[in-house]
Ligand binder design. Sequence first.
Ligand code: GDP
Length: 712
Amino acid sequence: MAIQKTKRDFPLDMIRNIGIIAHIDAGKTTTTERILFYTGKTYKIGNIDEGTTVTDWMDQERERGITIVSAAITAFWTVKSGLFAGHEMRINIIDTPGHVDFTAEVERSLRVLDGAVIVLDSSSGVQSQTETVWRQANKYSVPLIAFSNKMDVVGADFMATIQSARDRLGANAIAYNLPIGKENDFKGVVDLLTEKAIIWEGDETGAKFHETDIPTNMAEEIKVAREKLVEEISGTDDVLMEKYLGGEAITITELKEALRKAVIANKIVPVFAGSSLRNKGVQSMLDAVVEYLPSPQDIGSITGINSKTGESEDRKTDPGEPLAALAFKIQVDPHVGKLTYIRVYSGTLKSGSYVYNSTKQVTERVGRLLLMHANDREEIDEAYAGEIVAAVGLKDTVTGNSLCDQNTAIILESISFPDPVISLAIEPKTKSDQEKLGFALQRLSEEDPTFRVKSDAETGQTIIAGMGELQLEILVDRMKREFKLEANVGQPQVAYKETITKLAEGEGKYIRQTGGRGQYGHCLLRIEPLPRGQGREFVSAIVGGAIPREFIGPIEKGVIEKEDTGILAGYPVTDIKVTVYDGSFHDVDSSEIAFKIAASLGLSEAAKKADMILLEPIMKVEVTTPEEFLGEIIGDLSSKRAQILSSETKGNARVVIALIPLAEMHGYATAIRSMSQGRATYYMEADHYEPVPSNITQKIIESSGFTGRVEH
Ligand code: GDP
């Protein structure tokens, strides 16, 4: 784990900042592992089944065999031929988590990538999480290449996988190479542009491979596929199109250059065949990462908001420009302490310097700067525009904050995170640990913005909330390990929301005359439903000074507090517009607190007349099961208020997709195991919120024990 100081001099176009994204179990971890092996930064190949991979360095990840933390790893790869022949390239791999509870982490890492490899399972094609990560990648216009992994498994079908990417993702996916053999006979690939075969001799890591002539029995298949690839590439470039139509020869270099442009412009997704487990095809895919995915230079510039003018502003990917950088991940490293992963977009970040956090408006000192390799780290003095680096020593900076120079302050687009769908109460086993609990939760929520902490206004309990049971379980586990804190946790609770269904008005009065100075707050509020997902709005329609301006802020505060606490059953109120339209005040007795309380009372009164309902999170659930258990699984789903969207045959399995309220999914992992002798699997993610049926609403309200009384 030696820290060495080296001088690096990497031209920007020799850098690739990439991520590997996939549906769970498609082979993202294994593929990352192989990449790290071939790029020479890991000595012993890890095997996910034995829990020794490099990217999964946290204990829990090893135990669970899933990747949670998006560590950024710097690796080096020398390309043998093609556009970048002979150059040693620097590839920064931003590991993206595979489990859906951590979708926000995937989004966060996509935000700072320049390109990504989407790993598909050749035996199942596109799966539901593939669609999710695809949508997320599209949101940030991340250029993609696809790796059709697991060509060695029974039922592997390269062309069907490409077709499913075209059908289900609407991607212009097209074969770049063709597999030679499949299932147990998968041996290598044919590069369609060079028309050369690459054969791996054996399955083990580091198996030798050699280039040879194409298998004669594949000649026709290759001709058709090459023609299609050339046609598709030519279609993206006017000059090549003319040559193509005129029957003129197009050189391989011309095709590669045009394909590079097309991939960067999200016009083509070239697909590569391989098997990470059997160590085949990975090197070809790595060559393609360099040849076809963009360098930071290709990205050009980033847009942010100038802190002084409020206007949008572009910053060039240039080390000589003023600094603009984004903190995208906080991680506690067992050796170095708190690490802040930073993407530098513009300018130069120097170790030991002071930077301005424009999101929080504080100045921070950067301690050391580190490049994280798979199993060691390298200390550097400067990180340039386009680079990804880990900083030690930043105290206040959290995920999503912008770092820059104070006199050229800029705020880069912040990252948006979904609302949590599940929560649970937590308390330390020993009372004296209460403070420690607060500290630990604060630290953990700094690392993970989808993880929220609040205290229940009625009971005073500490509540933690997140995107899934697994996420919360892991966080509780981390508290035990990293903070040596034992906690009691309650049953996971669904994060319902409250909303109103019609317009209503309410009056809030808080008047106390008790000798000396009294209290006087009085306001009239109108509430209206907003479209689903719109959140909250507050407006003041006070004219003519019915309420002095300085009390409008406190009224808004009172409204927000009440909305947070809930009115019907103790859940936050959403999709509501509140207008304060009238009121009165007293010259002496009026105070901020009196108006705050009046607002809270006014909102309660209005809400009671507005036919409140509860909303519940609806999950999109995908179950994959052998045919024989289908009947029982569908029967069970139907008893869970499920709306079955589709049921398809895939290879020898059935895939059922359904929308199901989260409230019905508690304990499903165990249930599905026992229904299918452990052979069916499922995957779910939050889809949207919907009204809870009224008979169930009543039960929820009763069991919530919510009284609506909050002491002021
Ligand atoms: P992730 O969830 O996407 O990170 O997937 P993993 O890399 O953990 O792989 C899931 C499972 O598939 C593991 O048991 C791997 O050993 C296995 N696997 C990964 N790649 C391949 C492959 O190319 N062929 C075969 N047969 N199995 C693979």
